[in-house]
Design a protein around this ligand. Structure first.
Ligand SMILES: Cc1ncc(COP(=O)(O)O)c(C=O)c1O
Length: 345
């Protein structure tokens, strides 16, 4: 059974966090002489709230959870790194990833001196539960499941996630970076039942804020408190939090754009399937398509010559001769199709 206290590193358990000026005083004062800031107002002269309560409350209300369930990071990438540092003793502990999947789990593990055990997805891009349980040992602290998965574009079967939540001894992280393209597949609803579930989302995809760097983690309040203890106090700038609040106040716009992108994704899938060099288009629940072609390197290069960049994934496990194509605006997708029309193989 997963017990948070027993799973986190002892150095983190013992950690007395840095207490910033803005941690010690809550409320609204008349005069702030506590943080060595420049007092002349310009909208940015004060340090931000270390707990980013306005941002967390806005996100929590969109996602129907309590703000105490939410942690915010400088992109999901910072949250991945925080999880490594909270749970994994360098040189001792390990994590499990399910390739082909998002590359930062392994990179972040390597940076933190944490070993990665890779358990390949099955041919239909689903986790192999028995192989995962077999690979896990007493030092396996984290299991990263990406749903919808990058680069395969499919969501992971909810029953399999539940099976893993019941049987895996460590923390199960479900990375839902692309979930706003298929909100009905989110596992946030399982949080109240499974304390070993941690969900990651981001404002970088459907919300249109990749340049702003806001990632969100949703989990048990006790875990959120530990992550807050470890994260840099001012990891989200005033400017970034403001941009996030503007986006989160208009989820209608986000869902309108998602509807356009899903339409375009279906149109692209239809139109790509007629090319003789396209062998397979994998089903997608995200804003990209994984497309198997006859010669990925050649088509990639021809598109580059037409000044169109897609992602060549042909060296990745289970993705032989595959390109990953992000769905663009209708005009961008027209340009892609026009360029492909000129390719003869
Ligand atoms: C599955 C997945 N998770 C996380 C991220 C990164 O998110 P962020 O921009 O919030 O760091 C990406 C970006 O491509 C991704 O594909």
């Amino acid at each position: 059974m997963f017990v948070l206290e027993n799973s986190i590193r002892s150095s983190i358990k013992a950690l007395k966090p840095y207490s910033s000026a803005r941690d010690e005083f809550h409320g609204v004062a008349e005069v702030y002489l506590d943080a060595n800031e420049n007092p002349f107002p310009n909208g940015k002269n004060r340090y931000p709230d270390p707990l980013q309560m306005a941002l967390r409350t806005a996100f929590a209300s969109v996602k129907n959870v309590d703000p105490s369930n939410v942690v915010s990071g400088n992109g999901s990438d910072e949250i991945i790194d925080l999880l490594m540092r909270v749970f994994c003793n360098p040189g001792i502990d390990n994590i499990i990833t399910l390739p082909p999947t998002y590359g930062m789990y392994s990179v972040s593990a390597a940076v933190n001196g944490v070993k990665v055990k890779e358990v390949a997805l099955t041919d239909d891009f689903q986790p192999d539960v028995q192989a995962i349980l077999k690979a896990a040992d007493e030092h396996t602290k984290l299991l990263f499941i990406c749903s919808p998965n990058n680069p395969t574009a499919n969501t992971i079967d909810g029953n399999i996630i539940v099976e893993l939540l019941k049987s895996f001894k460590g923390l199960v992280i479900v990375d839902e970076a692309y979930i706003d393209f298929c909100p009905e597949k989110s596992v946030i609803g399982l949080l109240s039942k499974y304390t070993n579930l941690f969900v990651m989302q981001t404002l970088s995809k459907a919300w249109g804020l990749a340049g702003v760097r806001i990632g969100l983690g949703i989990g048990h309040p006790d875990l959120i408190k530990v992550l807050d203890k470890v994260k840099p106090p001012y990891n989200i700038s005033v400017l970034n939090a403001e941009a996030a609040l503007v986006a989160l106040s208009n989820s209608t716009l986000m869902y309108q754009q998602v509807a356009v992108l899903i339409n375009q994704r279906n149109r692209l899938a239809d139109q790509l399937s007629v090319y003789s060099f396209v062998e397979k288009i994998y089903p997608s629940d995200a804003n990209f398509l994984l497309v198997k072609v006859t010669n990925a390197n050649l088509i990639y290069q021809k598109l580059i010559n037409a000044r169109i960049v897609v992602r060549n994934r042909s060296t990745v496990l289970l993705c032989d001769e595959c390109l990953r194509i992000t769905v663009g605006t209708p005009d961008e997708n027209n340009k892609l199709l026009l360029a492909l029309n000129t390719i003869e193989l």
